[in-house]
Design a protein around this ligand. Structure first.
Ligand SMILES: NC(=O)C1=CN([C@@H]2O[C@H](COP(=O)(O)OP(=O)(O)OC[C@H]3O[C@@H](n4cnc5c(N)ncnc54)[C@H](OP(=O)(O)O)[C@@H]3O)[C@@H](O)[C@H]2O)C=CC1
Ligand SMILES: O=C(O)CCC(=O)C(=O)O
Length: 445
């Protein structure tokens, strides 16, 4: 019998054929791997192992909506490579989520964890959903359904989740709670980025931004930047975008532009991130927030091209592409988003003498502090915020310096240097199992 609640045929969501599919991310990620393998003159088995994910699971989450209807949401979790330890990486809820994106993000996590020298491999997950269309109870059902679907994949020694785009500490708490129900005992270390009252760590909320901040400050003199007269544009005003704006503003950087999904504001005289965030809380977006008298509203693409010294993409992938790279005014691009600059665009930026601090270094602060949360959950001994920040600063400065050296020694881009630095560690962990001699040149750079 026909379900009386079924919507009329026209009301069923149809595929939007007018929108061209985005260029896949994974082939460019593989190019980075191939280049790093060539530069290190590494055994071909390493490329063979890393060119594809270990395992990816797809599921359809069937969610009961508040009005009684059901929605089917595509979801994925990818464990890309676990040679250095359990796979680790965030989960995102976004309407653009697809298999290509999740696999690529999991690949990037593999290298990010190696760059930060964490005992983790890389993973990532996502649900194709627009959280802005969900009530809080629907969001909770999506979070719990995700864990139910992927429970066999997850675990403190297998695959450890964390927040990413449009997920946060509350989502992690629902997930950890669901996982405890399924496992029959609490296992908080299978999730990081949890609220502090539920086994979270001090310092995780702003860790991604803080890591990027430490990297930028470490490179200031190399980039010829001076906090007292340098200007910054931040794309995305969520967890990462807001905190980087706040940290740099506190040090004297002039925040001249910020944006969110609703649009952008630009004020050459400067914006106060705290008052912009207050405005966003009250009005739902940054549009309409006032700076120092010269504030203009514009689109996100326009904002990227405005005058500034440092551009911080902190939203989505593929924001700086062949279409706009020649008009980017910034001298430094600090990639706090994952994959915001395409490979072709980066070539153009570098040829124009600009600097790009690659995502797998610039945004590695989040997973570095997630590692500390995992350690604290397992030991039952909790650190204070200053100890967490000191550790993060030391990790970021050490890895930034190491990558800077590789870049100069090998005359490669900072991204290539980061991949070489990470690949060396991954290959060492394979070789340490005694199977093969992976370094044709004995492991020296
Ligand atoms: N959270 C973490 O620990 C880590 C995050 N990252 C990366 O950082 C980026 C941001 O993540 P996070 O801050 O956690 O996510 P959030 O969900 O907290 O914030 C995302 C922000 O991006 C904005 N946004 C969404 N779409 C657009 C668009 N088309 N143009 C401009 N802005 C847009 C959102 O706008 P609105 O507020 O209007 O919705 C929001 O302000 C992602 O690429 C993520 O993968 C990387 C490492 C760790
Ligand atoms: O904290 C983590 O485990 C991972 C964060 C993340 O998803 C990322 O770095 O892209």
């Amino acid at each position: 019998m026909l379900d009386k609640r079924a919507p009329a045929r026209e009301a069923w969501p149809m595929q939007d054929t007018a929108m061209p599919a985005p260029v896949p991310l994974f082939p460019a990620a593989q190019d980075n791997l191939r280049l790093a393998c060539e530069r290190l003159n590494i055994h071909p088995d390493v490329f063979e192992e890393l060119k594809a994910p270990r395992e990816t699971l797809a599921a359809t989450l069937l969610i009961r909506m508040d009005d009684g209807s059901r929605r089917a949401l595509p979801a994925w979790r990818c464990r890309y490579n676990d040679r250095r330890g359990p796979t680790k990486g965030g989960i995102r809820f976004h309407p653009g989520v697809c298999l290509d994106e999740i696999q690529t993000l999991a690949f990037w996590m593999t290298f990010k964890c190696a760059v930060a020298d964490l005992p983790f491999g890389g993973g990532k997950g996502g649900v194709c959903v627009d959280t802005k269309t969900l009530s809080r109870t629907e969001l909770e059902r999506v979070s719990r359904a995700y864990v139910e679907a992927f429970a066999a994949f997850i675990g403190p020694d297998r695959d450890i989740l964390a927040p990413d785009l449009y997920t946060n500490g509350i989502v992690m708490a629902w997930m950890a709670d669901e996982y405890a129900s399924i496992s029959g005992r609490p296992m908080p270390s299978a999730f990081t980025g949890k609220p502090i009252a539920f086994g979270g760590t001090a310092g995780r909320t702003d860790a991604t931004a803080r890591g990027g901040y430490y990297a930028l400050r470490h490179l200031e003199s190399a980039f010829g930047l001076n906090a007292d007269n340098a200007s910054v544009i931040v794309q995305g005003f969520g967890n990462v975008g807001y905190h980087i704006a706040k940290l740099l503003h506190a040090d004297g950087y002039r925040i001249v532009g910020v944006s969110d999904s609703g649009g952008a504001i630009y004020d050459p005289a400067g914006l106060d991130p705290l008052s912009v965030m207050e405005h966003k809380h009250l009005n739902g977006g940054v549009l309409g927030a006032a700076g120092h008298g010269q504030t203009r509203e514009m689109s996100n693409p326009e904002l990227l091209e405005q005058e500034c010294d440092v551009l911080v993409p902190a939203a989505l992938e593929r924001q700086i592409t062949e279409a706009n790279c020649e008009r980017i005014a910034a001298r430094v691009v600090l990639e706090l988003a994952n994959g915001p600059v395409t490979a072709n665009a980066e070539r153009v930026l570098l040829a124009a003498g600009k600097n790009v601090v690659p995502d797998i270094l610039a945004n590695s602060g989040g997973v570095t502090v997630s590692h500390l949360e995992w350690v604290q959950n397992r030991s039952g001994f909790y650190w204070d915020g200053s100890r967490v920040r000191d550790h993060l600063k030391s990790v970021i400065e050490t890895q930034t310096q190491a990558i800077w050296l590789v870049q100069n020694q090998m005359a490669v881009s900072m991204r290539e240097a980061a991949y070489i630095h990470g690949l060396k560690r991954i290959a060492e962990s394979v070789e340490a199992r005694g199977t093969e001699a992976y370094f044709a040149n004995g492991g020296s750079l």
